[in-house]
Structures are given as C-alpha cells and as structure tokens.
Ligand binder design. Structure first.
Ligand SMILES: [Zn+2]
Length: 114
C-alpha cells in the first residue's frame, strides 16, 4: 500500500481567453481559481474564467477527488472488470502527470507529460 494519490490535478496559472490578448498569470493556483470567476482581465477586460470553464474545472476537481477515494483494491477490481492487465499498463502514460489543456469554452483535454 503506497500513499501516492491515484490522481493529481495539475492546474496552474490562468490565461486570458481573448485570442487577441496575451495576458497570463502563471502564479495562479488551483485554490485561487474561484476568485477568477468572471473577473475581468486586467489587460482587455474579458472574463478570465467563464462560468462554463469554472464548471468544467469543478468537474475535474470532483473527478480527481473521486479517483483518489478509490483504494488499491478498488483499482485492482476496476482493472479486472475492465479487462486491463499489467501488461496493458506497461506502455501507458503516467497518469500522475496528467495536466489539462484548455481546448475550448469549458472543454479540457488531458495532456500527458513524459
Ligand atoms: Zn485579456
């Protein structure tokens, strides 16, 4: 039994959604994200975090928490039900390093950092 979390949500920094604007704040942390909801960009005035993006982020947080509540036995059982063997996992990405890249309003795509 290890104490490593099953999943870590790496959300850091905020970027203005306006494509014509280059405002970013790389220091923004996940804990601060609520404070960015509908907050105007200091550069162009567009919202930094739209309600759709905020919803999506809360979904990712809830999903991460749910995954982390799974015990090692749960994970083994799920893998068995899904027919996943250790052999299948050999070449899989390291899910502890997944980050989510914003691909649209309220839409995120997992990115696997090697
Ligand atoms: Zn902006």
């Amino acid at each position: 039994m290890n104490n490593q979390p099953n999943a870590v949500l790496n959300v850091k920094g905020i970027k203005c959604d306006n494509e014509a604007c280059d405002y970013t704040d790389p220091t923004a942390t996940l804990e601060q994200m609520d404070s960015y909801l509908n907050k105007p960009c200091p550069k162009c005035g567009d919202p930094l975090l739209t309600p759709e993006d905020h919803e999506a982020l809360l979904g990712l947080i809830a999903l991460t928490e749910a995954i982390n509540e799974l015990t090692e036995e749960d994970v083994v059982q799920i893998a068995e039900i899904a027919g996943i063997t250790e052999e299948d996992l050999k070449d899989s990405p390291d899910y502890s390093k997944v980050t989510f890249k914003r691909v649209g309003n309220g839409q995120y795509e997992p990115q696997f950092n090697q």
